[in-house]
Design a protein around this ligand. Structure first.
Ligand code: NAI
Length: 245
């Protein structure tokens, strides 16, 4: 018996990285899954491999959210889990951050999570149950230089999680945030424009002495999506190898 038998999940940013790792685990645990992303080729290939659905979804688009939710409910009969995982990173000094770059990060990370939560209230209320897992970051717990927009967006996700948990608890909908530390995906290297990333701090600041793997976040997301976490809502779940200990 799978830990997510009977669940229907929409996972954003699931074409690769942590979202793809979550999609793999969700399917293995018995969930029916819609993989949603803007990377259509990668997303479709993964969906075909897993027997999942693929839906193009730019999380900053209201129309795309309406289509993704409708597609999932049409295909699987309900929608009981949302993983707001899609995100982008932009490194720059505060004094040199353009308004356009700031707004781009906020639109995807913050507005994307807001639109996602808003879009699933109706189907989850209809089902009488739901779990929303919002992927924030350790940058949603403490400031980080050169990441003003990203940090703002991840603090916002943490705050919105609590508002949603308070409003939706009596409908049977739980909402929690996940706060990964540095995870081995393409995000950081891409944002650095392919430049060499200095990870020497990991050995000193991370208690476990290494970066995390996407699967180590996926197992936490499975727990929060499942009924095993039935008394957790409005809470912060940190998986950072002890970086913030
Ligand atoms: P990634 O870059 O491999 O994955 C991000 C995914 O989001 C990609 O598939 C990308 O196409 C998708 N995406 C980007 N913009 C989108 C949009 N407008 N609409 C839909 N999808 C979009 O990176 P990773 O690490 O898997 O990131 C997943 C989440 O984890 C993000 O929210 C990120 O901020 C967060 N995170 C990552 C950490 C890391 O060290 N890699 C640390 C803490 C949090």
């Amino acid at each position: 018996m799978g830990r997510l038998d009977g669940k229907v999940a929409l996972i954003t940013g699931a074409a690769r990285g942590q979202g793809a790792a979550a999609a793999r685990r969700f399917v293995a645990e018995g969930a029916r899954v819609t993989i949603a992303d803007v990377l259509d080729d990668e997303g479709k290939a993964l969906a075909d491999e897993l027997g999942a659905a693929y839906q193009h979804l730019d999380v900053s688009s209201e129309d795309d959210w309406a289509a993704a939710v409708e597609r999932t409910v049409d295909e699987f009969g309900s929608l009981t889990v949302l993983v707001n995982n899609a995100g982008i990173l932009h490194f720059s000094e505060l004094a040199k951050t353009s308004l356009a770059d700031y707004e781009r990060v906020i639109r995807v990370n913050q507005i994307g999570a807001f639109l996602g939560m808003r879009s699933v209230v109706e189907p989850m209320s209809h089902a009488g149950a739901g779990s929303i897992v919002n992927v924030s970051s350790v940058e949603g717990l403490a400031g980080m230089p050169y990441l003003v927009a990203y940090t703002a967006s991840k603090f916002a996700i943490r705050g919105m999680t609590k508002v949603a948990a308070l409003e939706l608890g009596r409908k049977g909908i739980r909402v929690n945030s996940v706060h990964p530390g540095m995870i081995d995906t393409a995000m950081v290297s891409e944002a650095a424009g392919g430049a060499e990333i200095d990870t020497s701090w990991v050995g000193k600041k991370v208690a476990l002495g290494r970066v995390g793997q996407p699967e180590e976040i996926a197992s936490l997301v499975v727990f929060l999506a499942s009924d095993e976490s039935s008394y957790s809502t409005g809470a912060e779940f940190v998986a950072d190898g002890g970086a913030t200990a």
